[in-house]
Design a protein around this ligand. Sequence first.
Ligand SMILES: NC(=O)c1ccc[n+]([C@@H]2O[C@H](COP(=O)([O-])OP(=O)(O)OC[C@H]3O[C@@H](n4cnc5c(N)ncnc54)[C@H](OP(=O)(O)O)[C@@H]3O)[C@@H](O)[C@H]2O)c1
Length: 248
Amino acid sequence: MRIDGSVALVTGANRGIGRAITEALLKCGSTKVYAGARDPKTLEPLREHHGSRLVPVRLDVTDAVQVAEVVGQATDIDLLVNNAGAFEPTELTDQAIIEVARREMEVNYFGVLRMVRGFADTLGRRGGVIVNICSVAGLTNVPLQPTYSASKAAQNSLTQAARALLAAQAVSVYGVYPGPVDTDMTKDLPAEFEKTSPGDIAKAMLAGIEAGEEDIFPDAFSAAFGEQFHSSPKNAERQMAAIVAASA
Ligand SMILES: NC(=O)c1ccc[n+]([C@@H]2O[C@H](COP(=O)([O-])OP(=O)(O)OC[C@H]3O[C@@H](n4cnc5c(N)ncnc54)[C@H](OP(=O)(O)O)[C@@H]3O)[C@@H](O)[C@H]2O)c1
């Protein structure tokens, strides 16, 4: 797909990776980007900078009514970026772990599922593209983030299902698998983790889509981890477990 001339929708567009993707799309020639945010006021700086090519939409991906409204409004998109994501620190022995796991699944899995179901017809009519911002943590559990990793694994599985099930409508489905990225989500990550900038992730994501790479590993950590994972899932699991042992 060519980004130039595309019409896109990005969830969680107000900050972090979603904001960087929104800006990169507009820089690379998207004619319109619907920018989803739970609080559209947080999109004001983007709107001021980009004018009418940026269309703010109120969108909490856990809210079926809001998703349906946006599906009804954004009937001209050919690119859907499921970026919105939730992470809460927890440990296996926490009393609240079940509630934490449910909240993460509600955004990272059910939210993406709701968006894919909602936009399948629109994208099917236009031979469009879905991009899911997954994570290396969804390929191999990062035990420092046990429930988040499980929700990203569910999202990865959904990405594979959508790719197979929407192929007949010529919808292409891409998975992006970043390593640590410098956003609010990773503010408490131990200092030894090198973080990539959201802008570099967005640039690599767009290059991957234009090159037709189904699985995009957009930074040095994820590229190395992706190779490890594909050559030996068991060694990748041990590598993630070793991170816990080292940080104990
Ligand atoms: N940072 C990393 O190291 C990293 C690595 C791999 C993958 N990822 C993935 O990249 C994506 C973006 O993460 P980030 O690092 O940019 O995180 P972030 O800075 O914490 O931003 C999260 C974004 O998701 C939005 N969001 C959360 N719950 C939502 C909901 N129910 N409905 C709609 N929007 C919601 C937030 O909106 P509010 O402002 O309203 O909270 C915010 O815009 C996520 O899917 C994450 O899992 C991140």
